[in-house]
Design a protein around this ligand. Structure first.
Ligand SMILES: NC(=O)c1ccc[n+]([C@@H]2O[C@H](COP(=O)([O-])OP(=O)(O)OC[C@H]3O[C@@H](n4cnc5c(N)ncnc54)[C@H](O)[C@@H]3O)[C@@H](O)[C@H]2O)c1
Length: 335
């Protein structure tokens, strides 16, 4: 279960930049990159990322942390490092404002980080001659009316500034590939969950919020009837897809869904979390949130084909790990 399938073994980049590497998905990606022998630079402004997420690499020369904002450009903050170590083989671009809801009220700020910031990353990659960019896109790019589970070639008509900026960024990656020959892979993540996902914000992923509330015995609040569905994919599986996509010989030019294909309703999720945690927390209901998708799940045939991607951690197992982390602060992440 926890072994990487042999078909996903790949050449990992020896020198890799991870924007947003102090965040939830970013820090798991750093862990796997270093485990596979890469030298990693994390560039993060610590707006939501945390130094604790990288604590295990604090004194390790294979991980360097640079505090900077991608929207201000990457050349200056990275100049001395790259003068010493050379050009990056790969950039994993994860830094972003990550809330759909927040973007609706703060469109200009979302554009600044998620669209302009991505353009800064790509322009840096072009000028510096970086080997490849792996970009974190999102299921939020799809039209609300697409068939579920959803294939990558379905219509993209995002409903939020967040989705529009992710889709615009995807177009920018295609432009840099077509015109400047910059290699890239676009990964459209569905609902990622696991340890280190910050439950402290109302905009966090539903699992991190439910896990924290169950641990504290506080109500798990469901917006709407709870029959809306999501495709929950565990963070170590996502990080493995990212690391595999760093290989310049794999999935170049591809757009790939990263999920599990499984739809889980928010009602099922809440009951599973209450049962697994042994919590007495009640489940309560409030008015539905505007603009929320009714159903979401991925078709992952392309990622299977291009990356050998296979989700290996079930929702139940991933929840048990996440709940252990939420309850004890123990990072029981042996996956
Ligand atoms: N978590 C999910 O379910 C999910 C789903 C789809 C897509 N994504 C995408 O995956 C990526 C990682 O998301 P996450 O869930 O780990 O969120 P996160 O908030 O934990 O990580 C984002 C990281 O980017 C950093 N950051 C934000 N703005 C920055 C800036 N201007 N300059 C430099 N660093 C900046 C933050 O400090 C943080 O470390 C994002 O691009 C997000 O849009 C996540």
């Amino acid at each position: 279960m926890n072994q990487m399938p042999s078909s996903t073994r790949s050449r990992s980049p020896s020198f890799c930049l991870v924007t947003g590497g102090a965040g939830f998905i970013g820090s798991h990606t750093v862990d796997q990159l270093v485990a596979q022998g890469s030298d990693v630079v994390v560039l993060d402004d610590f707006s939501t990322g945390r130094r604790e997420n990288l604590a295990q690499w604090q004194a390790d020369p294979r991980v360097t942390i640079v505090e900077a904002n991608i929207s201000d450009g990457l050349s200056a903050p990275l100049a001395s490092l790259t003068a010493e170590k050379g050009t990056f083989d790969c950039i994993v671009h994860l830094a972003a404002q990550t809330s759909v809801e927040w973007s609706v009220q703060n469109a200009l700020d979302d554009i600044q980080v998620n669209y302009v910031g991505t353009a800064q990353v790509l322009e840096y990659a072009r000028i510096a001659g970086v080997g490849k960019v792996v970009f974190a896109s999102s299921s939020a790019v799809y039209d609300e009316n697409v068939p579920v589970p959803t294939r990558e070639d379905e219509a993209c008509q995002p409903l939020s500034p967040y989705g529009i900026d992710k889709f615009g960024a995807e177009l920018f990656l295609k432009y840099y590939a077509d015109v400047h020959g910059l290699r890239s892979t676009i990964l459209r993540f569905f609902n990622v969950f696991g340890p280190r996902q910050d439950p402290g914000s109302p905009y966090s992923g539903v699992i991190s919020i439910f896990a924290e509330r169950a641990a504290a015995g506080q109500p798990l609040v469901i917006y709407g009837d709870g029959n809306q569905t999501r495709d929950f994919v565990f963070v170590s599986d996502v990080a493995r897809a990212i690391v595999t996509a760093c290989d310049p010989d794999r999935a170049t030019g591809a757009i790939l869904n990263i999920g599990t294909t499984l739809e889980t309703s928010i009602n099922e999720l809440a009951h599973l979390i209450v049962n697994l945690s042994g919590s007495s927390a009640p489940i309560t209901y409030e008015a539905p949130r505007a603009g929320e998708l009714r159903r979401s799940a991925a078709v992952i045939d392309r990622a299977r084909e291009a990356l050998g991607f296979e989700p290996t951690v079930s929702l139940r197992d991933g929840l048990a790990i996440t709940l252990g982390w939420a309850q004890d602060g123990v990072q029981s992440e042996a996956v």
